[in-house]
Ligand binder design. Structure first.
Ligand SMILES: [Mg+2]
Length: 292
């Protein structure tokens, strides 16, 4: 069954204990703004989520193009921090440029890159879980597409994308890991992603149900934000994290010490009032914006 915001939210709440627990206090309330124009002058840098902020599925959001252009004009630092791990970064970058963004190579951090760095030097044969036909040449070590043979033989599993993943494949992986536990790296901790016609389940949804501990790379985990802030060369208090999901963008951004902007008009909260979700989780954004 295809998830909706409520389903996805229930899943995030069920795994909340595995996510970062910020030491700093949350804002008492959020300021409402129409779009990012209202906060551009307050911060020196912006970390932008991709799905739900720059694009919905394969369609670019026109206002995101405008907003990034304004950030450039004001001399702001910009960083895309995405949990999209299905495609190598060169492909992701080409997609952004095809949509009209001018991001430099150093302005995009994909969780795939973070997982690749973690994989380097580990050795062994890794079974990659990715959309059919996807390549692994950009990853270090011996990574091959998961098949029946590798279920038993692989030394570890690398979850990159779940477009072609099914309940049957998940059951086979669960059985293989029960028979012989092995490390699992999940390069996309997202539970769902907003597409043009609703949500899809993402690797985090499946990985959290495996019978072994899973190593996660990407938002909301600290490594992703450490990498983004280091690349920007800014202290966290001068940076705002912009995203459409409470449990990844806002939780992770706040834990990293950044201000946060939750976008509600498109992405995760499209057509859903975020207030009850914010109240239920205590994950309170600094700002709530209608759109990017
Ligand atoms: Mg998003």
């Amino acid at each position: 069954m295809r998830p909706d915001a409520r389903w996805a939210f229930a899943r995030y709440r069920a795994i909340a204990h595995r996510l970062p627990q910020p030491a700093r206090p949350w804002p008492k309330h959020s300021y409402r703004i129409l779009d990012l124009d209202y906060v551009l002058k307050r911060y020196d840098g912006f970390i932008l989520d991709a799905f739900g902020v720059l694009n919905i599925g394969e369609g670019v959001l026109e206002q995101a193009l405008k907003r990034v252009a304004t950030m450039r004009a004001l001399g702001k630092k910009v960083m895309v921090l995405t949990n999209g791990a299905s495609a190598p970064r060169a492909e992701a970058l080409a997609k952004y440029r095809g949509w009209g963004f001018d991001f430099a190579d150093t302005e995009v951090i994909a969780s795939r890159d973070l997982a690749a760095a973690a994989l380097a030097g580990r050795g062994g044969l890794w079974a990659g879980i990715a959309p059919e036909g996807a390549g692994f040449a950009d990853l270090p070590g011996d990574v091959r597409a998961l098949d029946n043979d590798l279920l038993g033989r692989a030394d570890g599993f690398l979850f990159l994308g779940s477009q072609d993943w099914t309940d049957a494949k998940q059951a086979a992986l669960v059985a293989a890991l029960k028979a012989r536990p092995r490390p699992v790296i999940c390069a996309n901790p997202d539970i769902v992603a907003p597409r043009e016609d609703g949500f899809t389940w993402e690797p985090g949804h499946w990985a959290h149900q495996l019978p072994v501990p899973v190593e996660y790379h990407g938002k909301p985990f600290a490594g992703a934000f450490d990498a983004a802030l280091a690349a920007m060369g800014l202290p966290p208090e001068q940076v705002a994290m912009v995203g459409d999901t409470l449990h990844t963008d806002i939780l992770g951004g706040h834990a990293a010490g950044c201000a946060t902007v939750l976008i509600t008009g498109h992405g995760f909260f499209k057509g859903v009032d975020p207030d009850s979700f914010i109240e239920a989780t205590g994950i309170v954004p600094t700002f709530i914006a209608d759109e990017t």
